[in-house]
Ligand binder design. Structure first.
Ligand SMILES: O=C(CO)[C@H](O)[C@H](O)COP(=O)(O)O
Length: 216
């Protein structure tokens, strides 16, 4: 029921394919891929060419989190690569309904992410169409930050909202500062997909950490 999605942001990029193999063997359910543009967030990571290059190296479904000002420009490119979830930030797009439909028409699952300062209520009129709500529990841009506890309340609100619109298939994902301790209240609140970067890649035993996040 609970899925763990290690964030590639904390991998050693110099040996990326080995890092992917390592977390897949350790039991990761999804690969969380943080695409950052240096505009929407103050960090620049990688884009579609890198995501395409790593696709053959793992069977893990790709969970792409776009922290870019113009996510709509990349839908077809990521669809061709074969990503499972295409998640963009509500703060970046005025026409969220149009973009969600486009993502789905291109054969991907559509997610919307919310910064810590953005209320869940902005999703009221789109919640029925979503495959994922991503609650950020840090301000996006960097791995290894501390968990912001207000995310727990927002997960409960997102769960209620999805129930209200009768969307039981959408998942609630939480991203930022998740480890074997912070995962506990977040799961109790209703999150079922937990992103963890530093906690997993920095662990001496990655399999143990993934299992702890899943079962604690
Ligand atoms: O989206 C992100 C940053 O914007 C990362 O996915 C997130 O911070 C996960 O890293 P960590 O678990 O180390 O906090």
């Amino acid at each position: 029921m609970i899925k763990v999605a290690p964030s590639m942001l904390s991998a050693d990029f110099a040996i990326l394919s080995e890092e992917l193999k390592s977390i897949e063997t350790a039991g990761a359910d999804l690969l969380h891929i943080d695409v950052m543009d240096g505009h929407f967030v103050p960090n620049l990571t990688f884009g579609a060419p890198v995501v395409k290059a790593i696709r053959p190296y793992t069977k893990m479904p790709f969970d792409v989190h776009l922290m870019v000002t113009n996510p709509g420009d990349y839908v077809e490119e990521y669809a061709k690569i074969g990503v499972e979830y295409f998640t963009f930030h509500q703060e970046t797009v005025p026409h969220i309904h149009r973009l969600v439909q486009h993502i789905k028409q291109c054969g991907m699952k559509a997610g919307i992410a919310l910064n810590p300062g953005t209320p869940v209520a902005v999703l009221e009129d789109i919640a029925a169409d979503l495959d994922m709500i991503l609650i950020m529990s840090v301000n996006p841009g960097f791995g290894g930050q501390s968990f912001i506890p207000n995310a727990i309340k927002k997960v409960k609100q997102a769960k209620l909202l999805l129930e209200e619109v009768d969307n039981t298939s959408a998942v609630i994902e939480v991203d930022g500062g998740i480890n074997d301790i912070t995962c506990v209240p977040i799961k109790r609140a209703g999150a079922t997909v937990l992103v963890a970067g530093y906690a997993v890649f920095g662990a001496s035993n990655r399999a143990k950490m993934i299992e702890a996040i899943r079962t604690n």
